[in-house]
Write a protein that binds this ligand. Structure first.
Ligand code: PEP
Length: 266
């Protein structure tokens, strides 16, 4: 029988927390999040916090992600940090987050190069894709997801694609909380579309292995509903991830889903 995949809970701290605040959050998360079978918890601190967090964190309980890196391995690129430099610190790197696409003008080619550099350095990419509100209203969601996905994966083998994490993050639903939240029944078909695209291009084995998760204003109250969407294998959490109470609540919600799925199979 196929081993079920672990549910992935990723906390993107964005540009928040100085070194001492990060350390405090790690201690609180360590206290409030239990090591649970069937879930994997990943923390993505700022580049500055990553190194001290890596010394502090219990690596059996948490994996680490960087929020970005530059696609060249080394050289005269003042101010940048490469995937090569991150190799010993981070298991994952977030690539193509909409905030980088929008504020830092990262285009499809740059994101493709980052995904390749990530793979070349033995780090697992967490590739974020998603449409804006205007694109959704214009009925362009599928085209946008297709273009973002196909360009980003274009230099990869099927085996490499199977190791990736793809996060569907509709731009209109990120950090809105009180506002325009994506309803779980609204986005199920988009997650399925992404999965079908992977299947069509890289085959069923790749599609079965690749992890596809959701991100957009997920908190401790909504996590469960997203994790119950068929084919949703985790959540990428921004705002709620720097609140230890909320993030621990999300991890508990994931564990309850794992337990219930296991009981149903018995
Ligand atoms: C994110 O940063 O990827 C994200 C989903 O943010 P938020 O949870 O705040 O919407």
């Amino acid at each position: 029988m196929k081993k079920p995949k672990k549910i992935l809970i990723i906390g993107n701290w964005k540009m928040n927390l100085n070194v001492s605040q990060a350390s405090l959050l790690v201690s609180r998360l360590d206290k409030h999040i239990k090591t649970r079978k069937g879930i994997e918890v990943v923390l993505a601190p700022s580049m500055l916090d990553l190194q001290p967090v890596s010394m502090q964190v219990d690596r059996r309980k948490f994996r680490l992600a960087a929020q970005n890196a530059y696609h060249h391995d080394e050289g005269a690129f003042t101010g940048e940090v490469s995937f090569t430099m991150l190799r010993e610190l981070a298991h994952y790197v977030i690539i193509g987050h909409s905030e980088r696409r929008i504020y830092f003008k990262e285009d499809l080619d740059e994101i493709r190069d980052k995904v390749s550099a990530c793979m070349r350095n033995g780090i697992t990419p967490i590739l974020c894709i998603g449409e804006t509100k205007t694109e959704r209203r214009a009925g362009e969601t599928r085209q946008v997801l297709h273009d973002q996905l196909m360009t980003a994966l274009s230099n990869l083998t099927a085996e490499e694609v199977s190791e990736m994490v793809i996060a569907y993050e509709p731009v209109w639903a990120i950090s809105t909380f009180e506002g325009d939240i994506a309803k779980p029944d609204e986005i199920g078909k988009d997650l399925t579309f992404i999965r079908d695209q992977v299947k069509e291009l890289y085959g069923v084995q790749t599609e079965e292995k690749v992890r596809i998760i959701y991100g957009g204003s997920v908190d401790d109250h909504s996590a469960r509903a997203y994790l119950e969407i068929p084919g949703c294998e985790g959540v990428l959490v921004g705002g709620a991830s720097i609140n230890y109470h909320k993030f621990a609540g999300i991890a508990e919600a994931a564990y309850r889903v794992v337990k219930e799925n296991a009981e149903e199979k018995e």
